[in-house]
Design a protein around this ligand. Sequence first.
Ligand code: ZN
Length: 154
Amino acid sequence: MKHVETGDTPRFEVRICELGHHNPPDFPRCRVCGGPLDEPVLVPNPKLGWVRSSDGQTRPLEGDIVVGRAPETGGVAGVTALETPPAILAISRQHLRIHQEGWEISVSDLGSENGTLLHRENGQIIELKSGEPYNVQPGDILELDQDYSLRFEA
Ligand SMILES: [Zn+2]
């Protein structure tokens, strides 16, 4: 896979809590832990946390992540793959895409055969409509199969 430097130009203003969580500059308290925030500083990219799969893989929430039994990144810089266990045939080859832009993380089902359920931290359960982006937050869980899920953590 081709690697392209995206550059280290500090362009995002963030406020960091004592646990190291990054927050938008206009937030009064930490969006993750509720703690007090330092004065804003400039960084190349805000750290939004990571996604953790039920089989123990993690990926930082940076750029795009394609999830499935045979995920294709198209060799595009900033796109990473997260392979699901080959034995879980209910998961499609290209099942889901996670997209990061600035402070927003969204997920889209890529027309998977069996669909994806989004479990919100507040207990709400949403069946993703194919191709439609849904914003997600730390604590949200995506269920691709009863034996495989992804959790957003910060
Ligand atoms: Zn915090």
